[in-house]
Design a protein around this ligand. Structure first.
Ligand SMILES: Nc1ncnc2c1ncn2[C@@H]1O[C@H](COP(=O)(O)OP(=O)(O)OP(=O)(O)O)[C@@H](O)[C@H]1O
Ligand SMILES: [Mg+2]
Length: 331
């Protein structure tokens, strides 16, 4: 398929209940090119799952229009469903069945014929062929994830949706899954739309990213394009002593000084300009490590919203801030 795998115009979604209404999506427009891994990055409650539910036809849209794999989501929902796969955050496998039986069940649910050769290809591709007849209850988290993706690919969809595919996974399994997503999209030619609130995941995995917040798309582009919008470096400093924050904040070009765990993060227009002045200000014998980072998608989000993606509970952060202060004053 050439062109757009998903095309969305002015899409809105309002959830109405007795208690009132929530505008979960507000005039969202996106073009998702075929053959890409596209990431929807945003904090809790941003509208990521809602967008997937609307595009997969699970939940009706309130306004606007959308096509998926060339078909209108509202008027051709059966054709859309035949061409998409969905890897949900929830577990969908049947534990009492083997891997092959789970594929069989999926084929039954989707009314597929001649699915067995495809199932064999998928089992082999995901390195599950030797365990194909073992019960899924004995599978590791990584194996289960692979099988879930195999189920989503069984009917040869053009597009697969993955809602927070790596949430709750350990670092190794997460990285394995990143490789699988990249591999699957190349090997089977599918377009992947995934949601995440992990910055590193969006950066590592996605060809293009849209940042969503309160139902609005606030920026989109390749990770490199998005980062190029921010003119800032972060200098990270690991020191034995607390920094004199007002003094460092007064150095020209310094935008923010923040304590992060055992480190200090100093945001500046240019690290090259800051470093000499910084080293003249602090006691260098207390410095254990200095690292310099360019902007990340986190910085992009922060610039656009004034918040951090992970920072959904400001009260807790305030408490942490005072706890740090007390520790520094006391120690
Ligand atoms: N069925 C529903 N009825 C009413 N409001 C809903 C419903 N589903 C979601 N919402 C609201 O819509 C908004 C967007 O929710 P959504 O689940 O799409 O966010 P999300 O980006 O997927 O968040 P998370 O990262 O927590 O999964 C939230 O304010 C949420 O409370
Ligand atoms: Mg969600």
């Amino acid at each position: 398929m050439n062109g757009s795998a998903i095309s969305i115009r002015d899409l809105s979604k309002v959830y109405r209940s007795k208690g009132g209404s929530v505008k979960a999506l507000d005039s969202v427009s996106l073009e998702i090119p075929a053959g890409t891994v596209f990431g929807l990055l945003g904090p809790n409650g941003a509208g990521k799952t809602t967008l997937i539910k609307v595009l997969t036809g699970i939940s009706p849209m309130t306004g606007g229009e959308a096509t998926v794999a060339g078909f209108d989501v509202r008027t051709d929902s059966l054709k859309v469903r035949a061409r998409i796969g969905w890897v949900a955050a929830e577990v969908i496998l049947d534990d009492d069945f083997s891997a092959r039986e789970n594929l069989w069940l999926q084929a039954k649910l989707q009314d597929l014929e001649d699915w067995e050769p495809r199932a064999d290809v998928l089992l082999k591709y995901f390195d599950l062929d030797r365990r194909a007849d073992d019960k899924v209850s004995g599978f590791s988290t990584g194996m289960r994830k692979k099988l879930e993706i195999a189920l989503a690919l069984l009917h040869q969809p053009a597009v697969i949706f993955m809602d927070e595919p790596t949430i709750g996974l350990d670092v190794n399994t997460r990285r394995m899954l990143w490789e699988i997503v990249t591999g699957v999209h190349k090997e089977f030619g599918v377009t992947v739309l995934l949601t995440t609130h992990y910055i590193e995941e969006a950066e590592a995995l996605c060809d293009r990213v849209a940042i969503i917040d309160h139902g609005h798309i606030i920026a989109q582009g390749t990770p490199a394009e998005l980062k190029a919008r921010v003119k800032a470096d972060i200098v990270r400093l690991d020191t034995d002593e607390a920094l004199d924050v007002p003094r460092i904040s007064a150095i020209p070009g310094v935008q923010e000084v923040r304590s992060e765990g055992n480190e200090w993060a100093i945001r500046t227009a240019s690290a090259a300009t800051l470093l000499p002045a910084l080293l003249a200000t602090i006691r260098t014998d207390s410095v254990r490590r200095i690292t310099v980072e360019g902007p990340s998608l986190e910085t992009v989000f922060l610039d656009l919203t004034g918040r951090r993606i992970g920072q959904e509970e400001p009260m807790r952060d305030v408490r942490k801030f005072y706890a740090n202060m007390r520790r520094q004053v006391g120690g």
